[in-house]
Design a protein around this ligand. Structure first.
Ligand code: BGC
Length: 747
């Protein structure tokens, strides 16, 4: 039987069985998916009681809030985020619930994703992690994070997308779209100005408007306006003397007002500290509140959350009307209709071969080859490889705070190398003792990393093992322990911890075949840089970490990652130097019953390369990344020499693979305002493209720019402004490797 006639028979059979086509007029509008979402929202809303409205705006458990059970409107279930789906936790505890079916794929940390400079990989990431969230029936994925990398001590930089607002803004949009294509909402976090962890509940950021709009907001704005994010998480800290969760300027004026955000603002867990101000201007949905305002929580205290009984009382006493509540309820309903009440959404999947393949690919493409003297890498025909360092074996998916995971599989770097070279002798030596912990909220790595040798013996043993090796690969860096790359606290030193510098120095003295692999989500000091022929920046790459690294070390994948942040020579080179800038200064008085630390962003717009371009002190620049091949850039050409304010202009640069292997280059476009009446950075990233070329192949890379690429934020006019005059289009392979410049005029 032909397929069409088969379908016809099926349809006739259905009718004859009495299955009449659904009559839409017989079901309520809110349940009718043929109706527009707004009509469904209004209809559902019109059926709700005050109690139901109050119930829907605050949590009922650690990670869920009620729907409207009487109407069959489902609960909202949130999950961390942002690198994988968090293990299920107990109803009112952080501890894992002990399910046996909640082990997931751990995807690379977002700092790594940003290092790919590849929008397609960001979409792939979003789609895949969204499938896992969907499979686990989550409404909201708590991520991605796009707080700007302000300085290298922030414990959560590994969860974010680097120092540049344009890069973060471009990379976040496909992630959002990918996740939401599963009918799962993202929750873009932590809005905003949460750029360090120490004092995160009491730090009041003081920042000028220009810096706010140019540096700290663009990635959020892109997620909302271009990515159409369905939810945003309000951060813990304060701005303008108000906690972010009740912040009138950032939530009402900018997010909902200027950007037209129609989704849900969710509080960071325990970020709400008052009822009235929050009810007027704050979050839509309150989660994780501590009932003493800061650290302590009563068990199952959900009914006394700020947006629970106290909210109802305030309405009853007439202290506040119901307009704000109604708007909040509608926003939450809208999110539910976009997600769990979208009957067309896919079903998702978990730990599929596709997810593992995606994690491996994204991981490999994120790894940055910082230095490769004499072409030491890729390894060629190694017979003996000596691997040194704790991070070669340490499981990194457990720890680090809320992004901690229960991964079904985590391939360590050592195992990845062994798997790639089954016929080689691969020896591991520890080299140093870092963090021997391996437990977070009841999820344990099961690794026993205890060690009895002292530091001198560990170094001596590593040096001894290195004798006669074809390659010595030191794999160290930071980890997910407190005061490393971890939530809640920041790093306490810029240098590598645990005496690793001494191990590297000793190995460098013993062999000319040393490769240092630094695994971290932050820049670290590399005082041994000139003594080590090859340096690789690796990230927390999750389930496939070891395979991704081996792919690059072996040359199976030609490295194409580029730094999403600058690595300064020393801490003294970075823009955040004074106590006033960080960790801030205690001010008199309290806000929401809590002390306040004023933290002033006196460096202004000079963050990342914008700072280093003026002050120097760069070890490896923003945008830097080598390949096993080489690329030649031709002169940039412009489509015309001048552009009108509302026009566009195209910059085209020919790029050629001049080496012997296929490889990808990240071509970067920076714009400089050569005739500005205000202070402007030396240059700013306004375009990038990743292009794959065969040996000898040449291709044109084009960027089209408009007024946005030329503008600064004029705080007085409260408007983006592009000044007439001469601009430079600078094309290069990093912020310090500009290969060609072309000038044009804005008329
Ligand atoms: C973190 C958020 C996280 C939330 C829920 C908070 O402490 O700041 O990023 O999503 O906890 O785990």
């Amino acid at each position: 039987m032909k397929f069409k006639s088969f379908l016809l028979c099926l349809a006739l059979a259905a009718v004859s069985c009495g299955q009449a086509p659904r009559n839409n007029s017989e079901i309520p509008v809110y349940l009718d998916d043929a109706q527009p979402i707004e009509a469904r929202v209004e209809d559902a809303f019109s059926r709700m009681t005050l109690d139901e409205k109050i119930a829907i705006v605050h949590a009922q458990s650690k990670f869920s809030s009620p729907g409207v059970p009487r109407l069959g409107i489902p609960e909202v279930w949130c999950t961390d985020g942002p690198h994988g789906i968090r293990a299920e936790v107990l109803w009112d505890e952080w501890d894992q619930a002990g399910w046996t079916n909640d082990s997931i794929t751990a995807f690379p940390a977002l700092s790594g994703l940003a290092a790919t400079w590849d929008r397609d990989l960001s979409r792939l990431y979003g789609k895949n992690i969204g499938e896992e969230a969907r499979y686990r029936n989550k409404t909201v994925l708590l991520g991605p994070g796009v707080n700007i990398y302000r300085f290298p001590l922030n414990g959560r930089n590994f969860e974010y997308m680097g120092e540049d607002p344009y890069l973060a803004g471009e990379m976040v949009v496909p992630y959002v779209e990918g996740v939401q294509s599963n009918g799962v909402a993202v929750c873009v976090k932590h809005y905003a100005l949460n750029n360090s962890e120490v004092n995160r509940h009491v730090a009041n950021t003081i920042v000028d408007d220009r810096t706010l709009y140019e540096i700290y907001l663009p990635a959020f704005k892109a997620a909302v306006q271009k990515g159409h994010a369905w939810s945003v998480m309000a951060a813990y800290n304060l701005y303008n003397g108000e906690h972010l969760c009740s912040n009138e300027v950032l939530l009402d004026k900018i997010l909902r007002g200027e950007w037209g955000f129609d989704g849900v603002v969710i509080s960071d867990w325990g970020g709400v500290h008052n009822t009235l101000q929050t009810a007027r201007h704050g979050v839509d949905l309150e989660y994780g509140s501590w009932t003493d305002g800061l650290v302590m929580g009563k068990t199952n205290a959900y009914d006394i959350y700020y947006l629970a009984a106290p909210y109802r009382e305030a309405i009853e006493k007439g202290e506040i009307g119901t307009d704000e509540l109604d708007a909040r309820v509608k926003r939450i309903l809208r999110m539910i209709f976009r997600t769990s009440m979208d009957r067309t959404r896919p079903f998702g999947s978990q730990t599929s071969p596709e997810h593992y393949a995606a994690a491996r690919k994204i991981g490999a493409e994120s790894i940055v080859l910082l230095k490769n003297d004499g072409g030491l890498l890729p390894m060629s025909n190694p017979r003996k490889i000596v691997v040194v360092g704790e991070n070669a074996v340490k499981m990194m998916t457990v720890g680090g705070g809320s992004s901690s995971l229960k991964a079904k599989l985590e391939v360590s770097p050592l195992d990845g190398i062994k798997a790639r070279y089954p016929d080689a002798e691969v020896v591991w030596e520890r080299g140093y003792v870092g963090d021997v912990g391996g437990e977070y909220n009841g999820v344990s790595t099961g690794q026993d990393l205890r060690e009895s040798r002292n530091a001198a013996t560990l170094i001596a043993d590593a040096v001894k093992a290195a004798q006669g090796a074809d390659y010595v690969i030191f794999i160290g860096g930071l980890n997910k322990a407190d005061r490393q790359d971890s939530e809640g606290l920041d790093r306490v030193q810029y240098g590598l911890p645990y005496g690793q510098d001494a191990v590297i120095e000793a190995l460098a003295a013993a062999t000319g075949k040393l490769v240092v692999v630094n695994i971290s989500g932050n820049a670290v000091a590399m005082p041994w840089k000139d003594k080590v022929p090859a340096i690789v920046q690796d990230w927390y790459l999750g389930t496939q970490a070891g395979h991704s690294l081996a792919d690059v070390l072996s040359g199976d994948v030609n490295p194409s990652g580029h730094l999403p942040f600058t690595i300064p020579v020393s801490y003294a080179d970075n823009p955040v130097q004074t106590e006033r800038q960080y960790p801030g200064i205690l001010r008199d008085g309290t806000i929401d019953g809590m002390p306040v630390m004023d933290m002033e962003y006196t460096e202004g717009i000079y963050v990342g390369y914008r700072w280093y371009d003026l002050h120097g002190g760069v070890l490896f620049p923003f945008g830097h990344g080598l390949s096993y091949t080489t690329f030649e850039f031709g002169e940039p050409r412009l489509s015309k020499n001048s552009m009108q304010e509302n026009g566009t202009l195209t910059v085209t640069v020919p790029v050629k693979n001049t080496g012997a292997v296929k490889g990808a280059e990240v071509v970067q476009l920076y714009i400089a305002d050569a005739e500005a009446s205000v202070d402007r950075p030396v240059k700013e990233l306004k375009g990038f493209a990743k292009i794959m070329l065969e040996p000898g192949q040449k291709a044109d890379v084009s960027f089209t720019i408009d007024k946005d690429a030329l503008s600064y934020f004029d705080a007085e006019k409260h408007a983006w402004t592009a000044e007439k005059g001469v601009f430079k289009a600078m094309v290069g392979a990093s912020a310090q490797d500009i290969r060609g410049t072309a000038e044009f005029e804005l008329k």
